[in-house]
Each structure stands twice: as structure tokens, then as C-alpha cells.
Ligand binder design. Structure first.
Ligand code: CP
Length: 318
């Protein structure tokens, strides 16, 4: 769903639903644009390049960061927003379909940013929308913009992604950001991915098959503590209570909690990421460790990367 391979900016006027369509050049373009946005924010706070453009944020599921950072991104670039964080005060409640909803918002807005509980729903919505749609999370499917933020954060710290060892821990069965990040990491031939999950919530077969097809080096561990001294990036995830039965939640909740003792085993030059919200899976005493980027750099990078995507999608000469 991106433009032709030889286009300079394949994002222009296109929807962004999955990382599977990205090339290394696309990712480099987003990172370069995100750097431009960082400088713009630091020096001037923003500009008017998207004046008279409107973003409709249609969130059928709750969000703090994705919703707010897209709103902030659009406003910092001079655009306007239709901000719907929850659809309970729209005609969705009267039974209006997703297909009709996106057709309608295509008349009001230049770009739609959508979150929905059903995997595949955003790809379906794209078929009916007359304007580009950005996937802000489709159930246990993908969260492609979060993966770009995470990769950008890693690249910024290490100056590279290829060759790094990335450990993903937690409820990987239901965690769309790690689905997208794992698939994105397949662009880097020498990345090493380790995964450690409670046995009831392993990474989805669809994702591990993708990694195998792309010949990504990955290994699953029942206990991640032994490999902590080797990893460059520790990526912690939340137990997604909203996507599981009460009985499954009782089995997995609290089964992994990262604390200071664990973090002490990690390399000096390593980082801890979590795309948030965090519940209890990282102890608060880890927050002040300089390697913990989840409440600071990772969040801030969300703004720059989303500004970059809006600019690339809405302006050809980006
Ligand atoms: N990281 C993330 O998607 O957070 P929100 O659910 O708050 O948007």
C-alpha cells in the first residue's frame, strides 16, 4: 500500500497499515524526516506546512499516546484536527458501519488515523476511504507507527540497528507493537531477536512464520534472566488484559516484573523500552536508570516520527 519502489517518497498520498511493505530506504526516509521534525520542534515549536489540511483521529479503542501525539503532530505542522478519542458520541453507537464511517470522514479530512479492536479492520477500511489511513493499532494485529518510533529510538542511541540483540519479553501473543517491531527488524539481516513469554501467551504463529520466511535469527527462552547481560535492547510489554479471558489473565498477570536487580545485570550501553501504558511489569525504581527510555525519549520520539509521517503522506515534495 505504499508507492512505487523508485518513488523518492513512497508514503505520499498512501495509507500506512503494516510495516510489511516498508523497505530500508522508506525507514531511512522516515528517520531523516523525524530528525528534521526534532530540530523544528526544538527551534521553533513547529510551522505551517500542513495549513488547511485536516486530520480525523477515529479511535474505537482507548489511547493516550498515539491519539495525543498525532493531534500534537498535526497541530505543530499547522493543520487542524477532528479528535474522536472513543466513538461513543458518534453515530457508530447507532450502528453505522466502519465502511460508511470512513467514507464520511473522507469528505471532511485529508487523512484518517484509526485504531480499532479487530485485526485487519484498518486494511478493510482503506478499501472504502477516499483518503489515506494510518493504522494506529488494529486489535492484536499491528501498530506500525509505534514500531517506527521504537526503531528510531534504537537507531538514535546506537547509531545503527543491524547487529543488535533485542530481547522482547511479556505477553507477545496480544502485543501489536512487538508484532510490528519484529517484522520491521526483518529489514536488518544481522539483528538477533530473543523472546521470552509466559508459556500461555507466545508470539503469534503468523509473526514467527514471517520471521522464518525472512530468515531472521530469533530464539525463544523460558527464562530471560540468563541472557540479560548480552542484550542491547530490553523491550518490555504489558499483559493485554483487554484481549484475554479473566482466567488467562489470572494465570499470566505478574509473571514477569523487571526490577533493579535484573537491570543491574545489563550492559552499561543498553536500553530499556516499553511503549506504554505500563502497569506493573517494570518496577518504578527502574524509571530513574539512565537506560530507561520508556517515559522520556521513546515518548518524545513518538511526536517526531508521527510529524514525519504526516508530512510525508500529505506533501509530495517532503
Ligand atoms: N503506545 C501506545 O500505543 O499507547 P496508547 O495505547 O496510549 O496510544
Amino acid at each position: 500500500m505504499l508507492g512505487k519502489e523508485n518513488d523518492m517518497n513512497r508514503f505520499f498520498s498512501q495509507s500506512f497499515v503494516t510495516v510489511e511493505h516498508l523497505t530500508g530506504e522508506d525507514v531511512t526516509l522516515v528517520f531523516r524526516k523525524a530528525e528534521e521534525m526534532r530540530t523544528l520542534c526544538e527551534e521553533k515549536g513547529g510551522d505551517d506546512r500542513l495549513k488547511h489540511k485536516i486530520l480525523a483521529a477515529l479511535f474505537y479503542e482507548p489511547s493516550t499516546r498515539t491519539f495525543s501525539s498525532f493531534i500534537s503532530a498535526m497541530q505543530r505542522l499547522g493543520g487542524g484536527v477532528i479528535p474522536l478519542n472513543g466513538m461513543s458520541h458518534t453515530s457508530v453507537i447507532k450502528g453505522e458501519t466502519l465502511e460508511d464511517t470512513v467514507r464520511v470522514f473522507s469528505s471532511y479530512a485529508d487523512i484518517l488515523v484509526m485504531r480499532h479492536p479487530d485485526p485487519g479492520s484498518i486494511a478493510n477500511a482503506v478499501e472504502y476511504a477516499a483518503k489515506p489511513i494510518i493504522n494506529a493499532g488494529d486489535g492484536i494485529g499491528e501498530h506500525p507507527t509505534q514500531a517506527l518510533i521504537d526503531a528510531y529510538t534504537i537507531e538514535n542511541v546506537f547509531g545503527k540497528i543491524d547487529g543488535l540483540h533485542i530481547l522482547l519479553i511479556g505477553d507477545l501473543a496480544h502485543y501489536r507493537p512487538t508484532n510490528s517491531l519484529s517484522k520491521l527488524l526483518a529489514l536488518y539481516p544481522n539483528v538477533k531477536i530473543s523472546m521470552s513469554t509466559p508459556k500461555q501467551v507466545p508470539m503469534q504463529e503468523e509473526v514467527t512464520s514471517y520471521l522464518k520466511k525472512k530468515k531472521v535469527s530469533f530464539k525463544e527462552y523460558s527464562d530471560f534472566q540468563d541472557i540479560l547481560p548480552e542484550v542491547d535492547v530490553l523491550y518490555v510489554t504489558r499483559v493485554k488484559k483487554e484481549y484475554m479471558s479473566e482466567s488467562l489473565y489470572k494465570q499470566v498477570k505478574g509473571s514477569y516484573i523487571v526490577d533493579k536487580t535484573m537491570v543491574r545485570q545489563m550492559k552499561k550501553k543498553s536500553i530499556i523500552l516499553h511503549c506504554l501504558p505500563r502497569v506493573d511489569e517494570i518496577h518504578a525504581d527502574v524509571d530513574s536508570d539512565p537506560r530507561s527510555l520508556y517515559l522520556t525519549t521513546q515518548v518524545r520520539n513518538g511526536l517526531y516520527v508521527r510529524m514525519a509521517l504526516l508530512d510525508l503522506i500529505l506533501r509530495k515534495a517532503s
